[in-house]
Design a protein around this ligand. Sequence first.
Ligand SMILES: C[S@@+](CC[C@H](N)C(=O)[O-])C[C@H]1O[C@@H](n2cnc3c(N)ncnc32)[C@H](O)[C@@H]1O
Length: 332
Amino acid sequence: MTESTRDWYLRAARELAATSARQVEWCLGVADDPRLLALLDALPPPARQPSLLFAVAAQLGAPDADYPVWADAVLARADAVAEQLPRRRVQTNEPGRCVPLTVALARIPGPIALVELGASAGLCLIPDRYGYRLRTPGGLAVLGEGPPVLEAETDATLVPQALPDIRWRRGVDLAPLDAADPEDARWLEASLPPDRPERRARLREALAAARLEPPEVVAGDALASLGALAAAAPRGSTLVVASLGTAVYLPPPDRARLLGAIRDVGARAVTFEARAALPEVAGRWDALVAEGRADPDAAFVLAIDGEPLASGSPHGGRLTSVGARTPATRQR
Ligand SMILES: C[S@@+](CC[C@H](N)C(=O)[O-])C[C@H]1O[C@@H](n2cnc3c(N)ncnc32)[C@H](O)[C@@H]1O
């Protein structure tokens, strides 16, 4: 049975608990508000998505306010909201995911030619322009300069010795955003939870870094474009195709063939995706969990060529290597 819009928002309230208290409040409010439910139910199901509603409402000027005030502002813009929701897609571009990307790239012999699938504005195509402060149980590792400076907690075994040597980079996205376009930058900001000012600051700094020399992001479907992207990459570099927080937006058959398609173009694959998003990675992760070598509650999994390397928080703020934290040690 298809999930009702009310149940979707109640589920999102649980899923967003660690991300945004404000969005949890809005989710619970929408779930109990027949006016908002009627507005959403008149739209195709993908357009009813909670994060998309919050982003479109912010883009149209709805304030960061308690539910009754926010809901009245959404309803005052009901026509524009209903017009925008089916046209938009979730496009958050999270530079923090360059932490897991950099960890993985350090394990692949370079120089690197980097392709990103679902690249949004390309902020994860420039990990070599950012600074990193990686806290480990033994101390602090500092790499690069930034801004932005990306902070993360990680095991010492994952800390890269150097930033990647990226000689060529290109992204693909169904709807590429332009880091230099003020409207696109506004949309990226609107897509962030309003009560996460540190993410907004990081986004603004990354957009400024991208504007210095904007990474190219071409329009197209991730899998359909792979062959052309691989053919465009220069010889003499290791071609790496990265997929970061994008696989959940692909149709299930594309998720199932993603790693095979990357192998078929002769590229290495770096994936940092929701744990269940890629069946090949999920199967290996479940086997590691059964062996007591991996976190059963992992949110995201970092993998190279489908082999899990670490679990992580969705935006790359925490990484735990496989074998470092078994269920038994977690209980202590
Ligand atoms: C949540 S964003 C993630 C962006 C970036 N990878 C990051 O981690 O910050 C997902 C992106 O994938 C794009 N996308 C969704 N389906 C796609 C597809 N079939 N082909 C290419 N891009 C797609 C969306 O437009 C969006 O920009």
